[in-house]
Design a protein around this ligand. Structure first.
Ligand code: HOZ
Length: 426
């Protein structure tokens, strides 16, 4: 049988890499097919090794807010590369990136650069524990905070795609310190706080959840988290790995008006390179070594090439804040089209999900938490995914990931996508 290049590569990859991929969702298992292998990407387009072109709404799972290979970002990276790939020593670029993050999100008075979102949230949780002297944390089922041991409890994203709430290999002792509440359910938080009085170091939350599909906070939910953490002496951590610099230049605090003690960023902040960050109130961040007793370090932290990509991306977003209005308008057009087809749509800015809920299109079909997301018809989603791909449009290969709109998705491409949706949602 004649195999195309992607199929050949996947066969070989499966011999060498678990599942043939370096991150599970990329294996396309939830949509019943094999993945294509990417050769290159430009603007809104992905090109595979077999010469196919796809309009890309995955955008590298979030970083690509400007589209792929933005000329200014590429040039900044090339310039940085020519000056050396890694020093393991301070650079002026790190200071500039810290300054820009803090200018966009003023709650971030001090910030530490790391290499991945997983590392950022893991470190922020450690800071919260160090600062409060408490061990337990509260997270929400269906929220994903990376793959560190203590946070892989009722996690969303790839775990939901595989229908496993918890990962094997996490010691019970770690998981025991992680309490799980229900997203959008203040009573579940109140109860946990009461049962664990004086023991909770932090509540960690995706201020707009994007790893069980997109789930927006109900009015009052984040406000309640702010109040109860303040009242009980716990810290509030906004995991903005996805939402940071996406919902708005100021991320979720600017978008929702609720302020956290600590924030974590990834994806956009690194402009497509492996860079992430955590930061917050000066007094809290003063716990981090060498200032304080909470240890966290990394050879590639603040890597000069990644920093250059991050700076240039933030520069572009800071220069032209009309980007966010454009993204919002375009994402709403997609959302409208899905709604007309009877799907349940959750949207916050340029993040959206169309859910194949059992009671499509009516109140019953709302998705406000993990349980409701789990009710979705995965087969219907898979069929839709495949029909979109046949039409040259690549959406996330899982019901439980977001659709990302970028500034490279110009109006005519959005129209073309709406047309494809009309044909692909039966
Ligand atoms: N957990 C990531 C999506 N939310 C996976 C990203 C990837 O596979 O690259």
């Amino acid at each position: 049988m004649n195999q195309n290049r992607s199929e050949q590569l996947f066969d070989k990859a499966r011999q060498l890499i678990p599942g043939g991929v370096n991150s599970p969702v990329r294996a396309f298992r939830a949509v019943g097919r094999q993945p294509f292998f990417v050769e290159r990407a430009q603007g809104p387009w992905l090109f595979d090794v077999d010469g196919n072109r796809y309009l890309d709404y995955v955008c590298s799972w979030g970083p690509g807010i400007l589209g792929h290979a933005h000329p200014r970002v590429v040039e900044a990276v090339q310039r940085a590369c020519a000056g050396g790939l890694s020093f393991g020593a301070p650079t002026a670029g790190e200071v500039e990136l810290a300054e820009r993050i803090s200018a966009c999100v003023p709650d971030v008075e001090m910030v530490r650069l790391v290499s991945s979102g997983t590392e950022a949230v893991m470190s922020a949780v450690r800071v919260a524990r160090g600062y409060t002297g408490r061990e337990k944390i509260i997270k929400f089922s269906g929220n994903y905070h990376g793959h560190s041991d203590g946070l892989l409890v009722k996690a969303g994203s790839g775990l939901m795609t595989q229908s496993v709430p918890d990962s094997a290999g996490v010691p019970a002792g770690y998981a025991a310190c992680t309490l799980t509440a229900v997203y959008n359910d203040t009573e579940s938080v109140r109860r946990l706080m009461e049962e664990n009085a004086g023991q909770v170091a932090a509540v960690v939350v995706e201020p707009v959840a994007a790893n069980m599909g997109v789930v927006v906070p109900k009015p009052g939910f984040l406000e309640y988290l702010r109040q109860i953490t303040q009242k009980t002496g716990a810290l509030l951590i906004f995991d903005e790995v996805i939402t940071g610099f996406r919902l708005s230049l100021g991320g979720a605090s600017a978008y929702t008006g609720v302020h956290a003690d600590l924030y974590t960023f990834g994806k956009i902040v690194g402009g497509g390179m492996p860079l992430a960050a955590y930061g917050g109130r000066r007094e809290v961040m003063a716990c981090v070594a060498p200032l304080g007793a909470v240890y966290q370090a990394g050879t590639l932290s603040g890597n000069p090439v990644a920093v250059a990509a991050g700076i240039e991306t933030l520069k572009i977003l800071m220069e032209d804040t009309t980007i966010y209005d454009r993204l919002d308008r375009r994402a709403e057009k997609l959302a409208e089209t899905f709604r007309h087809k009877g799907l349940t749509v959750n949207r916050a800015g340029s993040l959206l999900s169309a859910f194949f809920t059992p009671g499509q299109g009516d109140r019953e079909g709302s998705v406000e938490n993990y349980e409701e997301a789990c009710q979705c018809d995965r087969e219907a989603f898979a069929a839709y995914f495949n029909r979109m791909l046949e039409r040259g449009i690549y959406v996330a290969p899982s019901q439980f990931e977001a659709m990302f709109v970028s500034d490279a998705h110009e109006d005519d491409l959005i129209d073309r996508t709406c047309e494809a949706i009309r044909g692909a949602v039966l």
